[in-house]
Design a protein around this ligand. Structure first.
Ligand code: BGC
Length: 338
């Protein structure tokens, strides 16, 4: 087994999910259609290209997913200065986050799921300057209800912060088949966390009511993507964290994306308090994906269930602190309908 071995999860409906150990990257979600299949996950033609391509595509991001302002924060009276890999900020775990680690993969069993794998990784004390040896474990499991579960746990031997997410980009027309502007987006959130000009949340939790950030009812992405609302103008699309309507720890629906022509949809359920929705603005055609099609602006939509970006610097955000003897436990579940 090497970093480029392709592992497959399948179910009785013929749905197929593929991943590699490098970055725990998801590399395909193949939906059966007649005697063919449609791959709705952005990615590459080969695992080697997935390893060398877009760093976060399909990967598990950590030790802290999304941004930490200025790359630093106070923890138990000590200032922790992480590596800065996004201007002055720390993004998705730094230069060598979980997305570039080679995870250990073992086949496992999970009741109610037709196939399951357990992936684990150790991030040493001081890795990217995070305190504590952090042991992270993920279960990827698929069942016959077309639910793909990502069950995440982590433990530490020193007080630290942790926020792990999965970073898949979907295009429900099929990867490489144009943009996602005709997709319909719903987000179960009454509030979101507005960004400052440095792409980091200001700390405000703002109501979506009467703003272009209101996706409580289905909205065609095209109708909002170039809204003159300042938060959308700031990032040139959607790249924000919404606060999911749910109780702490509850597994609840966070977002749903539907492609109206095919009727295909993906729903994201999570125990995490937030969901980052990102409409893939950084792609400019220079990187080539599946079927030799260049990745262009809006070619996919990333749905990343997570704690709020920069929570270590905002006492009003849910805590991301993990102490020894505690267990970080979160679930993300993507449900596919077709
Ligand atoms: C962030 C974007 C970033 C992207 C990189 C997303 O999670 O919100 O700002 O450009 O990851 O892949």
């Amino acid at each position: 087994m090497s970093a480029s071995t392709v592992y497959q999860l399948s179910n009785n409906n013929g749905l197929l999910i593929e991943f590699i150990s490098y970055g725990a990257k998801l590399t395909a979600v193949k939906i059966p259609e007649g005697d063919k299949s449609i791959d709705i996950l952005l990615g590459y033609d080969t695992p080697e290209q997935a390893i060398n391509g877009d760093v976060y595509m399909g990967a598990i991001c950590g030790r802290y997913a999304n941004r930490i302002s200025g790359g630093g924060f106070n923890l138990e009276g000590e200032f922790i200065k992480l590596n800065q890999n996004d201007g002055a900020n720390h993004l998705h775990g730094g230069h060598k986050g979980f997305n570039v680690k080679d995870w250990k993969v073992e086949k496992t069993e999970l009741q109610g799921y037709s196939s399951a794998y357990k992936l684990s990784v150790l991030s040493n004390d001081g890795d990217e300057n995070y305190p504590g040896n952090l042991n992270a474990t993920i279960i990827y499991a698929l069942n016959d209800a077309n639910e793909f579960l990502i069950d995440i746990t982590a433990t530490t031997d020193k007080t630290t912060v942790v926020n792990l997410t999965s970073h898949p980009y979907f295009n429900l027309k099929g990867a490489g088949n144009g943009d996602v502007l005709n997709h319909i987006l719903e987000i179960s959130a009454k509030q979101f966390t507005p960004l400052s000009t440095d792409m980091v949340p200001s700390g405000e939790m703002r109501s979506v009511k009467n703003t272009a950030m209101d996706f409580t009812k289905p909205v065609v992405i095209k109708d909002r993507i170039d809204s003159d609302y300042e938060q959308i103008q700031l990032v040139g699309g959607l790249d924000h964290n919404w606060i999911v309507n749910k109780q702490q720890g509850e597994l609840a629906l966070a977002a749903k994306v539907t492609e109206p022509k095919s009727g295909r949809s993906v729903e994201v359920y999570t125990t995490q308090p937030g969901i980052q929705v990102y409409t893939a603005m950084h792609f400019n055609g220079s990187d080539i994906g599946k079927g030799q099609v260049p990745f262009k602006k809006y070619c996919g939509i990333a749905l990343e269930a997570q704690n709020f970006p920069d929570a270590p610097n905002h006492s009003n955000f849910p805590s991301s602190i993990l102490k020894p003897q505690e267990k970080y436990q979160e679930k993300i579940q993507y449900k596919f309908t077709y």
